[in-house]
Design a protein around this ligand. Structure first.
Ligand code: ADP
Ligand code: MG
Length: 353
């Protein structure tokens, strides 16, 4: 935690410097806006990541309390890392009894099951035992023994989540099962933060939860926002290009977000429930654009697991969803609907038609 606070202080200082210019940059995305307009920004460390919310057309910072309260309220239900959260209770009572939960938790689990069905179980929130085994993103990640991976794989199956919507309960059938909403909760909470803003009468804002971006409305001058897609090779730290858009969410997943290195091999945090190892295909990162951040978040993880061909086929089969894929060979592939709004800014990447 100490390390996190240290990083946070550095982050806040950097944010202050960057914001005095004309762009916001945070873990995965950069956002530019007209610098003559009124705006107010606030950073926080929540949802296990760095967050920035910027409101446009106002300089009243008093809005943030209600917005961040909403974020914390939902995090306290959905985070597997928070003792007593609804998700922690579901896991604690696995194999024992159904747990009564709120509508919000039901909604996220229901959507997660939809994406599990859509991806033939590649996206699967019962990944908990495998996530815990690897410990990626914790202070003690490790390469598990094959036998440990085998045992964890036996526990992963979203069909063993018993959801009773009428009674608002969730039950996991095996006592060693556990769910982890890390691949979808941030998107859900970002949507809820945007809803709160609308409730407060706000019309123009950018939410950035560690690369999970929501563009609320448009800039006060009526033009679209510009969102940068981070270059996944973190040693460079620039962007590969920008997407110009309004009223959408853009969520990036990549193998560079959380990982550890052992014997020169990099192990990242998106795990394949069929093999038990970090997924390994031609995609380095993928940005999903959708109306709701909820869908964009689930899909960014799902598509990273599917790889380029199957991922592109899935995106093209869905309405109102677009994707920008960055391959390990520095190529960029896009779904049809984003081609006009994407602008390449890095000479090290090539757009493939
Ligand atoms: P980030 O957390 O960097 O925004 P993602 O949205 O892609 O990235 O979510 C990754 C997280 O999802 C992991 O840290 C883990 O908690 C969880 N996860 C890992 N593999 C899977 C999987 N196959 N299906 C569902 N969730 C997963
Ligand atoms: Mg995700």
């Amino acid at each position: 935690m100490k390390k996190n606070i240290f990083k946070y202080v550095i982050f806040v200082i950097l944010m202050a410097i960057i914001l005095s210019g004309c762009s916001i940059k945070s873990n995965g995305t950069t956002v530019n806006q007209a610098n003559s307009d009124l705006k107010v920004s606030k950073n926080a460390f929540l949802l296990n990541t760095f967050n920035t919310i910027t409101l446009f057309g106002t300089d009243d910072g008093s809005y943030f309390e209600a917005i961040y309260d909403e974020v914390s309220r939902l995090e306290n239900k959905l985070s597997v890392h928070i003792e007593g959260s609804e998700v922690a209770l579901i896991n604690n009572y696995a194999g024992i009894q159904p747990v009564k939960v709120s509508l919000e938790t039901i909604e996220v689990i229901e959507k997660s099951i939809e994406y599990a069905e859509l991806s033939d179980g590649l996206f699967d929130i019962t990944i908990g035992p495998l996530v815990n085994l690897w410990g990626i993103g914790t202070d003690s990640p490790r390469l598990p023994q094959p036998s440990e991976i085998e045992s964890a794989l036996d526990l992963i199956d979203y069909r063993n989540i018993v959801m009773d919507k009428a009674n608002s309960t969730v039950y996991l059938t095996d006592k060693n099962m556990s769910i982890d909403l890390g691949a979808i909760a941030k998107g859900y909470i970002a949507d809820k933060a945007a809803e709160k803003m609308i409730e407060l009468g706000l019309k123009s804002a950018i939410i950035n939860f560690g690369g999970n971006v929501v563009l609320l409305g448009e800039k006060p001058d009526g033009s679209a926002f510009q969102v940068g897609i981070q270059e996944p090779d973190e040693s460079r730290g620039g962007i590969v290009g920008t997407v110009t858009a309004k009223d959408i969410s853009l969520v990036t997943s990549g193998d560079y977000e959380r990982y550890f290195v052992q014997d020169d091999v990099r192990y990242h945090h998106i795990l394949d429930p069929y093999t038990g190892y970090p997924t390994d295909n031609n995609i380095k990162a993928v940005a999903i654009i959708a109306t709701r951040s909820f869908d964009a978040d689930a899909l960014s993880t799902t598509v990273l697991l599917l790889g380029l061909d199957e991922g592109m086929a899935l995106i093209e089969s869905l309405d109102g969803v677009e994707a920008v894929f960055i391959t390990k060979e520095h190529e960029i592939y896009m779904s049809d609907g984003v081609k006009d709004s994407f602008k390449l800014t890095s000479a090290e990447y090539t757009v493939v038609d």
